[in-house]
Ligand binder design. Structure first.
Ligand SMILES: NC(=O)c1ccc[n+]([C@@H]2O[C@H](COP(=O)([O-])OP(=O)(O)OC[C@H]3O[C@@H](n4cnc5c(N)ncnc54)[C@H](O)[C@@H]3O)[C@@H](O)[C@H]2O)c1
Ligand SMILES: [Zn+2]
Length: 365
């Protein structure tokens, strides 16, 4: 079992990583969560089998355990669902000694985190991610929230967990497409921060696709270390450092929005987004074509899409990119690589160049 520390002074916490660590009782919950009396378990319907393991372990610690199962899918990150969680928490006699435990992917993690942040003005919570995306990204860093009908992640809070338990066996039932989608975020860390890690991915494609437990544990560990480093320096995204995590995301979010969040999984859209951003960096003379080719090759080797095959008008994509809430003062901000393992923000890219990149990508499909 490995641990990664997220250093945030009094809000610091550990991420526990390994295969089978939760059912075997290796995670010392009672010493992490002193004076806890009750756990309110929120679980994704598709991860309820892993919720059984969590409930067993909590029962062994003589903690009263309530469970609520959330329907799978992004539509659960809603005002209605949050309201029903608050009411169920009340009925379950949830109080300040209770811990909220999220068992699921990013949807349940974001929802449970926000329920924990808001119920009785803030309860402790623990993330037990069950998707690759949640293990390497959403469960770390303290962003929680829900969607409004017209805007994703519009209401929420920064609320750090007390612990994250990434047990690789939770991925056993994760569908292949979801697993591969999560790999886009894994590869992203290599491009933005760690060229050695990128080489490791290149050299271990088969083990990754076969989900070899040691390989996946290492991937999760390295991604968590990298994200923890960024979050520790810029917890609330005020210094601009956390923005590097958005590599490929301005293009990707626009692709998701213009296809009504129905055609591409998040990681798939980010994969195409990174391909567009990388090409733009090459065209502007910022990044070497050889390194861009390595990015393209690895994305393809990992079975991720690299070109936009859905019929989306370039002008619609540009409009969606310009309304991205990560932009400052309405100026398009793009994170582009300058060398493998390093990216920088750019605010002065002519929109015609962005349009040309989209057109080029489409012509390749
Ligand atoms: N808070 C953050 O920093 C952050 C970062 C990135 C993404 N997010 C959010 O995360 C969400 C996406 O997360 P996701 O990709 O994990 O999606 P998700 O939670 O919807 O899970 C994807 C699918 O996998 C299923 N599933 C989950 N665990 C499973 C398991 N072990 N076996 C079988 N099926 C399983 C779910 O039911 C769902 O159908 C989005 O809402 C996004 O906004 C948040
Ligand atoms: Zn992402």
């Amino acid at each position: 079992m490995k641990t990664v520390t997220v250093s945030l002074q009094e809000r610091s916490y550990l991420i526990w990583i390994g295969a089978g660590i939760l059912p075997s009782g290796l995670v010392p919950f009672s010493s992490i969560l002193k004076d806890w009396k009750h756990a309110f378990l929120l679980e994704d319907a598709n991860a309820a089998w892993f919720g059984d393991h969590v409930a067993n372990i909590l029962n062994q610690s003589a903690v009263r355990c309530s469970r609520m199962t959330i329907p799978s899918g992004e539509s659960s990150k809603s005002i209605d669902q949050l309201g029903s969680i608050w009411n169920t928490m009340l009925d379950a006699k949830t109080d300040r000694k209770s811990i909220v435990v999220a068992v699921g992917g990013g949807v349940v993690g974001d929802l449970a985190g926000f329920a924990a942040a808001s119920f009785m003005r803030g309860l402790r919570f623990v993330q037990v991610p069950t998707t690759l995306l949640a293990m390497v990204d959403s469960s770390v860093g303290g962003k929680t929230g829900i969607n409004l009908p017209k805007s994703k992640n519009m209401v929420g809070a920064f609320w750090q967990p007390h612990a994250v338990v990434a047990d690789i066996i939770a991925l056993d039932t994760l569908p292949k497409r979801e697993f591969i989608s999560g790999l886009a975020e894994v590869l992203k860390y290599g491009i933005i921060m760690d060229r050695q890690f990128f080489s490791y991915l290149e050299n271990n494609v088969e083990q990754i696709l076969n989900r070899a437990p040691d390989t996946i544990s290492y991937l999760v560990q390295r991604c968590c270390e990298l994200k923890a480093g960024v979050v520790s320096k810029d917890e609330r995204e005020t210094l601009g450092l956390r923005a590097i995590l958005n590599y490929g995301h301005t293009f990707g979010h626009a692709i998701e929005a213009c296809t009504s969040y129905g055609q591409y999984l998040h990681g798939e859209a980010i994969s195409i987004g990174m391909t567009m951003a990388g090409k733009l960096a090459v065209e502007r003379g910022l990044w070497g074509a050889d390194e861009f080719d390595r990015q393209t090759r690895l994305l393809s080797d990992l079975r991720l899409p690299i070109s936009l095959v859905q019929p989306v008008a370039t002008k619609d994509l540009l409009a969606a990119m310009q309304s991205d809430k990560k932009n400052e003062h309405g100026n398009l901000t793009l994170i582009l690589p300058d060398s493998l393992g390093h990216v920088s923000p750019y605010r002065d890219i002519p929109i015609d160049d962005v349009a040309a990149t989209i057109e080029y990508n489409r012509s390749k499909s």
